[in-house]
Write a protein that binds this ligand. Structure first.
Ligand code: BGC
Length: 723
């Protein structure tokens, strides 16, 4: 159908048919559905009539070719105008094959694998009847107390943008219409959900317009520029108005300024939440504010179906607003080819072949290994030597809770545990496992058994972490240390005097007090997904040399939060040469910088960075400047290094961050091999939002920095001149 035909269809629709297109309901409401749905928000008794369900526009959380087909079939049999349903779901880091959580994926800095993983997720979801995924989540995150940091790729706006683009391309493929194994992507949560005060989920966000534009908005914009079809609103306020009813944000900025003409969906229940937020007296006012703000689909509350007709009838809103919203939804259905083939990719026999395909598992394993970050390695504890006796100890030794939140279709039975990953390599002389404690409780019997195993072993591998329920949505915590029981356990094991290697499975940067001092080596494996255990085994034995680098800082303690690399310097920086002892910006009881900074991660080999050379030291507005650095592998292992390029504007019209990531390159070097890496910039990369929000650069002195992480960099100054 072309646009004119869609308009004709729209004209045929009654006003209530139109309004019902704007409703999204979870699958238990539909005929043909199995009764369990994916419930992520409050489920209240919803008074939805049979007729409304028959005319509803989209379904949330149905899955499986057989189920989605039967819902669609039953729906079309009752649809007066044969308008197919859209099936949407949270396919966030894989569908049946679960990839590492997005924060882990960020640490791989591997855009190609990120795109590939999204394409695989799209394939597995499409064959199971899904059309739209609620991903990528690109909220910039600086507060590890917030459980949803695991859904983001981290604290850097530039890197988040690159991952957003890679994922959108992976999900959407070349054409939604021609390729029925692709998914329409929905970037979320617009906007600035990651800045929830004090890391408490759903909490207030109050940041300046400049901060919003500099750090929080860029990744959403890149996703849209990459062709992302949909946008989901955020639960939080932006400048005092909840995003879902925020006309300035949604209609003026998103639609008018950025030219986005796709479908906007509210987050779960967020339209009705305008009432408890305190910007709507009742459901009618909530509906009015949301539709005026430009929200097309209302997810899981019924203010639109209850009030839009009367709002039009009494002239509070124009019918044209409704028509525009419905047309956008019909256009998306059309783009996905649903009018011709309402079942699209759903196919039971293909499902059996595609889901968890060997190649998908291989990509998951590769991405999981590339996402592991080696945070400590002393006394050559890693890689493990072959023919040693291993004791794998801790509540994660044999845990299948490795997929992390948002892996609703992933099955624990498909997960490779750490113990089974290590065992199946057959490199060990012997291998045992024991839990030593539960996730949160000491247990004498378990401890004794673990100590017995430890005594017999050459090396102790501690498998510690967080239950997946402790992060993700509504997973905020004030204490981001591991539970005392796990800290006690590692202390006891370290006292044995045997080498201790720790692997962490968790969804947020942790305060590592009690852990870091009691281990010789530490691998941050995050929630690594279906192939987690085999990927970590590759890392521990050195079949894969670790190359992951953190994309979110690890604080010393939660008292430092928020702590992130691209902060401002202040007027009394701690390390200024003339700094007085006391009256500088510092904590009396903690360093200012995090325990592990953005970009940090070790390898089994060592890389030496020479000084930066540049083509010249002056940049004008028409020109570009190239910085070159020579990097040598001085260790004994072949390995990959993520070389990072940062810029600092020494003096701007407004204060500028001490560092901003502007580029990176992953290089592979054999022992003794060296390579020159080049980064170029133009005046464009030096622009930023000024006081009046105009986006331009300031002439003056800049620093280019290149290094293995955001802390240890080589520096080279240059001038930007007006020309
Ligand atoms: C979450 C979204 C998710 C939606 C649908 C909400 O509670 O905030 O990220 O896409 O539920 O499951």
């Amino acid at each position: 159908m072309n646009k004119d035909e869609l308009i004709l269809l729209l004209e045929e629709m009654t006003i209530s048919e139109k309004v019902n297109q704007l409703l999204q309901l979870a699958k238990p409401f539909f005929k043909g559905a199995s009764d369990e749905g994916e419930i992520t928000g409050p489920l209240e008794t919803m008074d939805v009539s049979e007729k409304v369900i028959q005319e509803t526009g989209s379904v949330l959380g149905a899955w499986g070719a057989s189920e989605t087909k039967s819902i669609q079939k039953a729906h079309l049999e009752n649809s007066r105008l044969s308008i197919p349903l859209l099936f949407m779901a949270d396919v966030v880091h894989g569908c049946k094959t679960i990839f590492p959580v997005p924060l882990a994926m960020g640490c791989s800095w591997d855009l190609k694998l990120a795109e590939e993983s999204a394409a695989i997720a799209a394939k597995e979801a499409s064959v199971s009847g899904i059309h739209v995924t609620f991903a990528p989540m690109v909220d910039l995150v600086r507060d590890p107390r917030w459980g949803r940091v695991m859904e983001s790729t981290g604290e850097d706006p530039y890197l988040n943008g690159l991952f957003a683009e890679a994922q959108v391309k992976g999900y959407q493929g070349k054409s939604l219409r021609e390729d029925n194994m692709s998914l329409a992507a929905c970037v979320k949560h617009f906007a600035a959900y990651g800045a929830s005060e004090a890391g408490r989920d759903y909490n207030t966000v109050d940041i300046s317009e400049r901060e919003l534009r500099e750090n929080y908005l860029p990744a959403y914009k890149v996703a849209l520029e990459a062709g992302c079809e949909m946008v989901m609103t955020a639960f939080n306020t932006v400048h005092g108005i909840p995003a879902t009813g925020n006309k300035e944000l949604m209609r003026n900025l998103l639609r008018e300024e950025w030219g986005f003409n796709g479908v906007v969906i509210s987050d779960w229940g967020a339209v009705k939440e305008l009432i408890p937020h305190g910007v709507a007296e009742n459901k009618r006012e909530a509906a009015e504010k949301a539709i005026l703000a430009g929200v097309d689909i209302e997810m899981m509350t019924t203010t639109y179906i209850e009030h839009i007709e009367e709002l039009i009838a009494d002239g509070s809103i124009q019918e044209q607003l409704l028509d525009e919203a419905v047309l956008r939804i019909l256009q998306l259905k059309e783009k996905l080819g649903l009018f011709e083939n309402p079942f699209r990719g759903a196919d039971e026999s293909e499902e059996a072949h595609i889901l968890l395909h060997k190649e998908h598992r291989n990509t998951a394993k590769q991405l999981a290994a590339n996402s592991c970050v080696l945070l400590k390695n002393e006394k050559n504890a890693l890689p493990l030597k072959k023919e040693t006796k291993l004791a794998v100890i801790g509540p994660f030794a044999e845990s299948t809770d490795l997929m992390g939140p948002w892996s609703w279709q992933g099955s624990k039975k498909d997960v490779v545990t750490l113990y089974s990953g290590l065992k199946s390599k057959e490199y060990h002389a012997s291998i045992t496992r024991s839990s030593g404690c539960t996730l949160t409780q000491n247990d004498d019997i378990l401890l004794k058994a673990a100590l017995r195993e430890a005594e017999k072993a050459d090396v102790i591998i501690m498998a510690l972490g967080e239950d997946s329920e402790w992060s993700g949505e509504a997973g905020s915590r004030t204490n981001i240390q591991l539970p005392e029981a796990q800290v006690d356990l590692i202390q006891r094991m370290y006292l044995t005097g045997k080498p201790v290697i720790t692997v962490l499975f968790n969804g947020r940067p942790l305060d590592l007090h009690g852990v870091i001092e009691n281990t010789d080596a530490l691998v941050e494996a995050w929630f690594p997904g279906t192939e987690g255990g085999s990927a970590v085994a590759d890392i521990l034995y050195g079949d894969v040399n670790p190359s992951g680098k953190l994309t979110m800082s690890f604080p010393y303690s939660s008292g430092q939060i928020p702590v992130y690399y691209n902060h401002y310097q202040t007027g009394r920086p701690k390390h200024a040469i003339d700094a007085q002892e006391r009256y500088v910006s510092q904590y009396l009881d903690s360093p200012n910088s995090p325990r592990f900074s953005f970009g940090y991660g070790l390898s089994y080999t060592t890389f030496v960075y020479e000084e930066i050379k540049s083509s010249k030291n002056v940049l004008n507005k028409e020109d570009s400047l190239t910085f070159t650095i020579n990097i040598k592998n001085t260790g004994k292992w072949e390995g990959a290094e993520i070389v990072q390029f940062y810029i600092r504007d020494i003096s701007g019209e407004v204060v500028r961050p001490v560092k901003e990531l502007k580029g990176f390159e992953k290089i592979y070097l054999k022992p003794g091999e060296e390579k020159k890496v080049r980064f170029s910039i133009t005046e464009k990369e030096l622009r930023y939002h000024h006081y009046e929000l105009d986006y331009r650069s300031d002439a003056g002195t800049f620093e280019a920095m290149i290094g293995p992480n955001s802390k240890e960099v080589k520096t080279h100054s240059f001038q930007l001149i007006k020309s």
